[in-house]
Ligand binder design. Structure first.
Ligand code: ATP
Length: 280
């Protein structure tokens, strides 16, 4: 199992009650999975726990069973987790090392720490730059990158580690919808090629719904619902942002005026409207 959570609760140091849990889930067999939740629902805390931050970077009290690739979180050093699990957070500039002079050196930083041979490091740099469409940034000083460019580079750094579990905590927040869609398509190919699981942590219905079949909705650190996008749609819509057209679907549904699956993409939405309403 890539991820196993059973009755997990987490109380950060200084807090008197858990801010996460009890949470139990295993990942479905798809490359992508999305965890939806509004502000303060616990997405980042959960992402940090799954990345193995406890207890080195995230102190507190962890109860229950939390395993990544069969290794207990809390029993294995963060450096061991980092070799197969990579977390990308919302603020890319906080994730740059601050000790390199070019994007190329920044991407090499992780693989160098794995003591990989130079030709393998170069291969990984090129692959990561290609996947993230960032070859043109190769010689740039990391401190000169724009927010969106930095998000691509941070993703490239993570991919150069060839992760088997990639945690994306609102990792596209500074990119345009078009650039986000391009990266998600590239990531799908990466995931299928390397057998990697990708968990998206999102406050917005799109574009995650297009790439994920299964979702979990968090509120106050607990699961509100887990299931297919269609099964979680109604409840997810009470917690997260969605385009107006999906709000209309939600409204129609609460008035029993929507039948069938809930659309995951714009084209599914248009087809569903045509099917249900074009003849009226
Ligand atoms: N280390 C910590 N110590 C104490 N409280 C924390 C800690 N980390 C997070 N919290 C609190 O836990 C709750 C969940 O925070 P978290 O950052 O996981 O939310 P989120 O779902 O990622 O929200 P957002 O969408 O606003 O980024 C918040 O109330 C936050 O203030």
């Amino acid at each position: 199992m890539v991820v196993t959570l059973k009755d997990v609760t987490f109380t950060p140091r200084g807090e008197d009650k858990p801010l996460l849990g009890p949470l139990s889930f295993t990942l479905p067999d798809d490359p992508f999975f999305v965890i939806y939740g509004g502000n303060g629902s616990g997405k980042s805390l959960l992402a940090q726990l799954l990345a193995g931050w406890f207890p080195e970077q995230l102190t507190g009290n962890l109860n229950g069973t939390l395993q990544i690739f069969g290794q207990d979180i809390g029993q294995t050093p963060l450096s061991t987790h980092a070799a197969q699990t990579q977390l990308i957070q919302q603020s890319p500039l906080l994730q740059l090392s601050g000790c390199t002079f070019s994007v190329e050196e920044e991407i090499a930083f992780g693989p160098e720490n794995l003591a990989l041979p130079p030709d393998e490091i170069l291969r990984r740099i090129n692959e990561a730059l290609n996947i993230t469409h960032s070859q043109h940034l190769r010689t740039r000083h990391p401190s000169t990158l724009s927010g969106g460019e930095a998000q691509r580079v941070v993703l490239a750094c993570a991919l150069a580690m060839r992760p088997k579990l990639l945690l994306l905590d609102e990792a596209f927040s500074r990119l345009t919808p078009k650039a986000t869609a391009q990266l998600l398509s590239e990531l799908r190919s990466y995931a299928l090629h390397y057998g990697c699981k990708i968990i998206l942590f999102e406050r917005a219905f799109l574009p995650a719904a297009k790439y994920c079949f299964q979702a979990l909705v968090l509120k106050h650190g607990q699961t509100l619902i887990q299931g297919s996008i269609s099964q979680v749609f109604q409840i997810a819509m009470t917690q997260i942002n969605a385009p107006d057209a999906w709000q209309v679907v939600q409204l129609l549904s609460t008035h029993h005026a929507w039948s069938g699956e809930f659309p995951r993409t714009e084209s599914e939405l248009i087809s569903a409207f045509k099917e249900q309403y074009a003849d009226l």
